[in-house]
Design a protein around this ligand. Structure first.
Ligand code: ADP
Ligand code: MG
Length: 477
């Protein structure tokens, strides 16, 4: 099944800064009805412009991720129950973002670093609210592995042939949230992968229903494909923690396999797959194998056939592909691949990938949100200051800006709306730039301001616009 994301869906909602706001219409449902099955007043439902299904048995499942402190020794089940109770006791609307821990809950304060609501963006699209009584929170408790990547050192100065991480890893914390696409792309990837794991789990007969656990993300360079693969593995490791007690990510360094010591390459492949094999044999392990830029494998094979590369490389590539083909039959393996080319790739295990997604350059909204996250970070660390030394509210998110742009009474010279409009101008100019280039833009702009030690946000926005114009000109040659 192909999911193509080239045609963006309608503009998504703002990613709000705080996840939970106390519901502003408490009269909708009596507080006492929260944990039972609240009757749904249809009239009021319409007033609240609610989109979610409402009867108790059709509640919307919303993931709530609970990160424990590194030092916490609390049982995950206990924390889960404590968080469920805490959520039940509060009348919240559900939107993506952090949930503050109540000051009087010493157990949670002691053990929990962060509680975060996830995946509501499709529901809250167009400002529709997901209210507490429509939601069944699904609480995932996890702790981050702080080990960092384990590398398999190459012999004789060769590059290492793979990197390995225990998931969820500290290194990838926040990566998923930092990747900004049109609404739905990340959720669909997550759902496809989750369905594939569920089918495996329930032993669905593959002769009757066919599916596989191969993901291919393709599109131009710098659009976040590699990052998205790693972030997806991290998310799945959190969501499937209760089923798989251990999760690992192995990043195969395909380039290193074509080192100049081809005689070593065969050994490297064998060693790599022996290691993966050991991992997958343990059924409580979930193993992600990432092969970045798979087209390089096809290209190397082609080059060997045409004689421009040592013929040994064909053996190495074929050995790797055969091993991958074998690996995909294991139920607890997900193979993640990326490609910078959009044409068909001549590699058997990839062309049958069920989960194929085109990842293109960011849309206007994504560009705006990427730049906004950069500016907010520079404000946070004090590299940028608010105009006139004040502390103007943060820069508006995309949807709020779109709304406010049309009400002139909101304009104030150096306020949030002013800054946001300048940022919008920069985002408009950046059409065609990759996410990677966009994340560099504020740095380049800063490097060209006259007085880098004291830079107010408003002046900076103008420099950002100039820098964007320059980059666009350069990118077009
Ligand atoms: N859509 C996006 N949203 C946010 N950041 C992005 C996006 N696309 C790219 N980036 C940034 O660019 C960096 C490089 O992306 P990468 O995963 O290496 O891209 P690719 O594998 O497609 O070449 C990412 O770490 C991220 O910071
Ligand atoms: Mg990449």
């Amino acid at each position: 099944m192909e999911i193509s994301f080239s045609a963006p869906p309608p503009p998504p909602p703002p990613p709000p800064d705080a996840a939970c706001t106390v519901v502003t219409a408490p009269s909708l449902v009596p507080a006492a009805a929260v944990s039972s099955s609240p009757p749904l007043p249809p009239q009021q439902q319409a007033e609240a412009a609610v989109v979610a299904p409402s009867p108790a048995d059709e509640k919307v499942l919303v993931s709530v991720e609970v990160l424990l402190h590194a030092t916490s020794a609390a049982r995950h089940e206990d924390v889960q129950v404590a968080v469920e109770r805490m959520l039940e006791a509060r009348s919240l609307s559900y939107v993506d973002g952090p949930v503050p821990i109540p000051a009087d809950n010493s157990y949670l304060l002691e053990n929990v670093k962060r509680i975060q609501i996830c995946d509501t963006d499709e529901w809250v699209e167009n400002h529709k609210v997901l209210l507490f009584w429509q939601v069944k929170p699904v609480v995932h408790v996890f702790q981050l592995s702080e080990d960092g990547p384990g590398e398999e050192p190459g012999e004789d100065d060769t590059l290492s042939s793979f990197n390995e991480w225990a998931l969820p890893a500290k290194e990838f914390d926040g990566l998923w949230e930092s990747l900004l696409y049109e609404v739905g792309l990340k959720q669909r990837l997550l759902r496809y992968a989750a369905s594939a794991l569920l089918f495996t789990e329930r032993c669905v007969d593959p002769y009757l229903v066919s599916w596989n656990r191969i993901v291919l993300l393709h599109g131009p360079p710098g659009t976040g494909k590699t990052s998205l693969c790693k972030a997806l593995a991290q998310k799945l490791s959190i969501r499937f923690k209760s089923r798989y007690s251990m999760c690992q990510l192995i990043e195969v360094n395909a380039h290193s396999l074509f080192s100049k010591w081809f005689s070593e390459s065969g050994k490297l492949v064998a060693k790599l797959f022996q290691k993966i094999q050991e991992m997958v044999e343990e059924e409580s392990n979930l193993v992600f194998v990432l092969i970045d830029e798979v087209e390089s494998l096809a290209a190397a094979r082609q080059a060997a056939i045409s004689g421009s590369e040592p013929s040994d490389s064909i053996r190495v590539v074929n050995a790797l592909l055969t091993q991958m083909d074998k690996l995909k039959s294991w139920p607890n393996v997900i193979i993640l691949t990326t490609s910078n080319i959009t044409t068909a790739i001549d590699i058997a295990f990839v062309d049958r990938a069920d989960i194929k997604a085109y990842v293109g350059p960011p849309t206007l909204q994504a560009r705006y949100e990427i730049l906004r996250s950069c500016i907010q970070e520079l404000l946070r660390v004090g590299i940028l200051t608010y105009p006139q030394g004040g502390s103007v509210p943060c820069i508006l998110n995309y949807s709020t800006l779109k709304e406010k742009k049309h009400c002139p009474e909101a304009v104030e010279p150096h306020g949030a709306l002013h800054l946001s409009s300048l940022l919008y101008e920069a985002a408009e100019l950046c059409e065609g730039l990759s996410g990677r280039s966009l994340r560099k833009l504020p740095f380049l702009a800063h490097a060209s301001v006259a007085n880098p030690s004291c830079c107010d946000a408003s002046t900076f926005m103008h420099t950002l616009i100039q820098t964007a114009k320059r980059e666009i000109l350069e990118s077009r040659g």
